[in-house]
Design a protein around this ligand. Structure first.
Ligand SMILES: Cc1cc2nc3c(=O)[nH]c(=O)nc-3n(C[C@H](O)[C@H](O)[C@H](O)COP(=O)(O)O)c2cc1C
Ligand code: SF4
Length: 441
């Protein structure tokens, strides 16, 4: 299968190489269409957002008001801070010009005059890589005021890189906008939604990096081409980040609908030592986990995973072998959400702390049988009762891990398992490094 985003072309990140392969030609095609025609093409392609919720991109773009005196904005979300999710940085590193070209087309479609690429502040190398690509595009008159001349169009657009504040909550779309505005990144209460009241109170569209990077290929090859790749209800390729207990952790670009077992055994090289799989989280740490014995036949797309009781999320597949201590895994995941809660709403601020304390107690061998029901109860009280979805992200792992692996947790509270000293979750550090640096680690 031909790849769309991570092409095997040497130096594709360089503007000369990108242009040699037809780069920045598609934006000309887009400017020969009306903005509505571009939106329609994206709608018909069936592209769904790659930032976690799989929302239809063309539909989201169509929410932007057509008649407004206010400026419009595009925000491209490259915060990427969820454990298990490390795919957008592959685009920063290997195909930044598809992101820039996609931003130019998306801005034209929604008639925005500026796009902000929001990248987590700690990702110094990736910020530099995207900045270099952007500087080159400006230099060649492909972005900014010179583009009017380059593309013979009255339309002009600027793109800025905004360094994130280094917190998971900054990836939530309304916090991201507060962060760009220089405010504390508290999520905003919705409605109003960003299309009505976004950056500086103006209409704004927020899309993930991978979503926007798909746009040039869709406009170049047409919606029918894209809609035939992978699964009809969730077409295209996805960048699957596979980590945990696999021999070849990394990012694999594959059509949607690839079998989860194929991804783990054929692409990611299977489980070290040939061990059995106990648990897989298929879409980043906040998504409901699956039991090892239920993986056969599960396809990797939004609808199939929903039917299997989980969600595609960001396509970050975390694999845990039969020796993994799920009590400690859950305590570690919960620690992350407790630490990252912005503290604005009580169920999330207090609930994550309660869940963490209880899980740590169980992990120390001091839990009781009633703790398990209590944990599920606390999780259910967080879910759906908070300003933003971080509450759900904290609640789901607890609720689903305990209900789906009740046997494991019961053994822990009955002291039937010996709690090992070290957390057995495989370090994700290695897979989070740029490809070029991995050999050094
Ligand atoms: C706590 C939290 C963190 C998030 N982090 C990210 C992120 O790093 N990148 C991202 O694209 N979306 C993230 N999202 C989802 C965004 O709010 C938003 O839905 C997404 O950027 C929309 O892009 P899409 O329509 O292209 O998927 C996060 C959501 C929550 C609740
Ligand atoms: S759910 Fe948590 S992170 Fe989101 S606004 Fe409420 S306290 Fe903040």
């Amino acid at each position: 299968m031909e790849k769309i985003l991570l092409l095997d072309i040497p130096n594709y990140h360089r503007i000369d190489v990108y242009k040699e392969h037809g780069g920045y030609e598609t934006v000309k095609k887009a400017y020969s269409m009306t903005p509505d025609e571009v939106i329609d093409e994206v709608k018909k392609s069936g592209l769904r957002g790659r930032g976690g919720a799989s929302f239809l991109t063309g539909l989201k773009w169509s929410f932007m008001p057509k008649t407004t005196d206010k400026p419009k904005y595009l925000c491209i979300n490259g915060d990427e801070s969820e454990p298990g999710s490390f795919k957008d940085r592959q685009i920063f590193e290997r195909n930044p010009h598809a992101l820039i070209e996609g931003a130019l087309i998306a801005c034209y479609a929604i008639q925005a005059k500026a796009a902000y690429i929001y990248i987590r502040g700690e990702y110094h190398n990736w910020i530099q890589m995207v900045q270099k690509a952007l500087d080159d595009a400006y230099e060649m008159g492909l972005v900014g005021e010179k583009m009017k001349e380059t593309f013979s169009t009255p339309y002009e657009c600027n793109i800025y890189i905004h360094k994130g504040a280094g917190a998971y909550i900054c990836g939530e779309e309304s916090s991201l906008m507060n962060s760009i505005e220089g405010k504390r990144p508290y999520p905003r209460v919705k409605p109003p939604f960003p299309a009505q009241n976004g950056l500086w109170g103006c209409p704004t569209t927020i899309n993930n990096v991978e979503t926007i990077s798909n746009i040039p290929s869709i406009i170049k090859n047409g919606w029918e081409w894209f809609s035939k790749i992978g699964e009809a209800r969730h077409p295209g390729t996805l960048l699957f980040g596979v980590s945990g207990h696999v021999n070849k952790p990394g990012v694999y670009e594959l059509p949607t609908g690839v079998l989860l077992t194929d991804l783990i055994y054929n692409y990611a090289g299977g489980v070290p030592g040939g061990k059995k799989i106990k648990c897989v989280i298929p879409g980043g740490s906040s998504m409901p986990p699956l039991r090892g014995e239920q993986l056969e036949g599960i396809k990797m797309d939004a609808e199939s995973l929903k039917a299997a009781g989980s969600a595609i999320g960001t396509g970050g597949v975390i694999v845990m072998d039969e020796d993994t201590d799920l009590v400690r895994v859950l305590a570690r995941i919960t620690k992350f959400y407790y630490h990252e809660s912005c503290g604005q709403c009580t169920p999330c601020r207090e609930g994550t702390g309660w869940m963490l304390k209880t899980l740590n107690r169980i992990a120390r061998g001091q839990g009781t049988a009633s703790d398990l029901d209590l944990l599920v109860d606390v999780a259910k009280n967080i879910e759906g009762n908070t300003v933003c979805a971080l509450g759900d992200a904290a609640a789901w792992p607890v609720k689903f891990m305990i209900t789906r692996f009740r046997d494991e947790f019961e053994k822990a509270v009955k002291r039937e398992i010996v709690i090992p000293a070290a957390n057995k979750v495989h370090s994700m550090r290695n897979t989070a490094l740029p490809l070029a640096d991995r050999s050094k680690s």
